[in-house]
Design a protein. Structure first.
Length: 140
């Protein structure tokens, strides 16, 4: 997935720690041809709910792959102890496809609802791509 984050595997899972922990997750319909998939490698400060890390968009189209930093926040829903909302935001340089010429800074946002093991559902937006109600799965 994301090579830069592989050295962080020594962190414990969310249920084991009160402080900082690391999580890798995939968002999207994995296995669906042409579907955009977002791979996440995040560090989470449990006490404050602050999230920061890397996101990687993978899509089987020309110019469909992007890697960039994200930050965000975890919110407890109050609908039981196992549900939390995760809000993420980031930006990446998007190059327009030919015959157009140029690049611009594209915004990325994601909203996920996950349990304590980081499994659930969510969606994400960037440029003209809007994906909703797709699976979120923690990966090891």
């Amino acid at each position: 997935m994301i090579a830069e984050a592989d050295t962080l595997h020594t962190q414990k899972t969310a249920s084991d720690v009160i402080g900082l922990y690391f999580v890798k997750a995939v968002v999207g319909n994995v296995g669906t041809p042409g579907a955009p998939i977002v791979n996440l490698a995040l560090s989470v400060q449990a006490a404050s709910g602050h999230v920061a890390g890397l996101a990687e968009i993978v899509q089987a189209i020309p110019g469909g792959n992007h890697r960039f930093n994200v930050t965000g926040q975890i919110y407890q829903t109050g609908f039981g102890p196992n549900h939390q909302l995760v809000s993420l935001r980031g930006q990446f340089v998007y190059s327009v496809p030919p015959p157009a010429i140029g690049s611009f800074l594209a915004d990325f946002t994601a909203a996920l609802t996950v349990d304590q093991q980081w499994n659930g559902s969510g969606g994400f937006n960037y440029v003209t791509t809007h994906v909703e109600n797709v699976p979120v799965k923690k990966i090891s």
